[in-house]
Structure formats: C-alpha cells, structure tokens
Design a binder for this molecule. Structure first.
Ligand SMILES: [Zn+2]
Length: 141
C-alpha cells in the first residue's frame, strides 16, 4: 500500500512537471507566433515600399528612353557610331558622367585637363580607362 501511494505521488509529480513544461512551451510558441506576425507585417510594408520605388524607377527609365529616342537623331553619324560601338562593347552605357573628376562608368580618375575639357563641353572626350564618352551634368540624384 505504501509502495502504491508513493508510486501515485511520483506519477502526479511527473504529470505536474509535464503540465508545467507544456505551459512553458505554449508560451514560447505564442511568443514566436507573435514575432512572426510582427515581422511579416514589417516585411509586407517593406515589400510595398520597394515595389513603389521599382515603379518610380521604371517610370524614370521610360522617360529617359523616350528622351534618348528624341535626342539620338540630332547626333552626327560619327558620334552616333562611336556611341553605339562603345555601348556594344560595354553592354550598359556608351557615355558616362564625371563627378569630382571620376568617370562614373569605370570609377577611374580622369586627368584634370580632360575633366576640364569635358566640363567646357566643346568637344567629344572619352575616358582613357574605359573608352566611354565623357559628359558633364549636375547629378540631381
Ligand atoms: Zn571610364
């Protein structure tokens, strides 16, 4: 009888430990679920923001594409061929802006005299490092 009573006490104790453990784990699951919901909300908001920026960038790209089509016929054949040849070789752009004497196509420093000539905008100058036509304009970005 003593043994049975002692066995029941041990079983009850084990059940209490299991119940306690169950409650602890239930709280942990709740904490994780809450965190997932919070993070999910933040990620959805971030995705919306990025999609809006993507749409803006696409709109800006379309405007530039239209502008390019409008401007290209005004270039001389010689410059247009040069531009097309460089564009084909580089794959991304045939011309590059200079910012603080740095070619924005390859990030090489342009000699000061060349940078000065580019800013004067009197003749076609190319980057010694990458060959892109160097242009100068105020970067509004
Ligand atoms: Zn360059």
């Amino acid at each position: 009888m003593q043994y049975i009573s002692s066995q029941i006490d041990k079983d009850e104790e084990r059940i209490l430990v299991i119940l306690d453990e169950t409650e602890t784990r239930r709280k942990a699951v709740k904490t994780i679920t809450d965190r997932i919901d919070r993070d999910k909300g933040a990620l959805v908001a971030e995705k919306e923001g990025l999609l809006a920026r993507q749409r803006e960038a696409e709109d800006a790209l379309n405007v530039l594409g239209d502008e390019k089509l409008r401007i290209l016929p005004h270039l001389s054949n010689e410059i247009r061929r040069l531009y097309d040849r460089i564009l084909k070789a580089k794959g991304d752009s045939g011309a590059a802006n200079i910012v603080a004497d740095i070619c924005q196509g390859c990030y090489s420093r342009v000699p000061p005299q060349t940078a000065h000539e580019v800013r004067r905008n009197n003749e076609i100058m190319t980057c010694e490092a990458c060959g892109r036509i160097l242009v100068y304009f105020e970067d509004k970005a």
